[in-house]
Design a protein around this ligand. Structure first.
Ligand code: A3P
Length: 321
């Protein structure tokens, strides 16, 4: 969806000419707002979200940079919170017939995308579960001030970049040429990617998780791939919905991990054929789901360059990949 002038609020219209501008990866513009590169549509949505979203203490917010494993985190958290409602995971679980992005809405994509329409979120059942790519500095104040929980999932930037490049090629208009890899890589290294710089996004939430571990939980995709059961249990404890000994011995943790695995979700009919919206097909959210697939895309020089940046930006803060 490409925004017209009329789709923008007065505030957004006045803000945009004051912001640095770059051509985005797909056919949109990026505006640099408070240090972060945001497309016009998501800038409008971020402002609208800041204005209207009222967090409740019981809310749960899942945060990622694009392509860091959002779909997986949504599925796991939805399944863990709703495990009593859908005890028979193999029969009638919503994840078997509905894409995780439909079950857990994005604040900026699904809720605040329209400058005039503000949905009533009071009727949602508790705890409300939302997700977002919005950087910490731009989150609505009520999220920061309430006791709501924030779960941040990050991923090795090399795999995040590779995933983003493949995804951008899939969702860009079919008539256009494939994105030149070098150009996208150069932009990523300069921090110019949706909600980038990647490292600033990660760093903000990393610092918050160190300062307020009861509010912000910081997860890594690679670690979750190795020990999904362990991290699902940690996530459940953090959110205040721990698994009981009985649940564990009955195999509830295993069942949720299996249901949400790449293999299971990507092979469901709904995720092979359906569409979430904005022209994105459900299958585009499931590519390979592996750690280290960057090896099939990046040159030795690219790896060195990105590793150096990441070491400088994140390594000194104790964040390594
Ligand atoms: P790849 O492109 O490396 O395969 P997001 O959900 O944030 O858009 O991220 C998409 C990435 O997560 C893709 O990575 C996708 O394959 C992977 N992914 C999707 N579902 C997953 C799952 N259930 N488990 C692990 N990875 C998953």
């Amino acid at each position: 969806k490409y925004l017209q002038e009329d789709d923008l609020s007065q505030e957004c219209k006045e803000l945009i000419p004051t912001l640095p501008l770059e051509k985005g990866w797909i056919s949109t513009n990026f505006h640099q707002y408070q240090g972060f590169w945001i497309s016009t549509m998501f800038l409008q949505a971020t402002l609208s979200c800041q204005k209207h979203f009222q967090a409740l203490d019981t809310d749960i917010l899942l945060v990622t940079t694009p392509k860091s494993g959002t779909t997986w985190l949504k599925a796991l958290t939805f399944a863990l919170l709703n495990r009593n409602k859908y005890p028979n995971i193999h029969n009638n679980h919503p994840l078997l017939t509905t894409n995780p992005h439909v079950l857990v809405p994005f604040l900026e994509v699904d809720i605040y995308y329209d400058k005039d329409f503000v949905p009533d979120l009071k009727t949602l059942s508790l705890p409300r579960l939302f997700s977002t790519h919005i950087p910490y500095v731009l989150l609505p104040n009520s999220i920061k001030e309430s006791s709501c929980k924030v779960v941040y999932l990050c991923r090795d930037p090399k795999d995040t970049f590779a995933s983003l490049w493949h995804f951008s090629n899939k969702v860009r208009p079919q008539c256009s040429e494939p994105l030149p890899l070098e150009e996208s890589f150069e932009k990523f290294c300069r921090g110019v990617c949706l909600f980038g710089p990647f490292w600033e996004h990660v760093l903000e939430y990393w610092k918050e998780s160190l300062e307020k571990p009861e509010k912000v939980m910081f997860l890594k995709y690679e670690e979750m791939k190795v020990k999904p059961n362990f991290y699902l249990k940690k996530l459940a404890e953090f959110l205040g919905y721990p698994f009981s000994k009985e649940e564990e011995s009955e195999g509830v943790v295993d069942a949720i991990v299996n249901l949400c695995s790449f293999e299971k979700l990507s092979n469901l009919e709904v995720n092979k054929t359906g569409k979430v919206g904005f022209g994105v097909e459900n299958k585009d959210y499931f590519r390979r789901g592996q750690v280290g697939d960057w090896k099939n895309l990046l040159t030795v020089e690219m790896v060195e360059q990105l590793n150096t940046i990441v070491e400088e930006k994140l390594g000194k803060h104790g964040l390594n990949f």
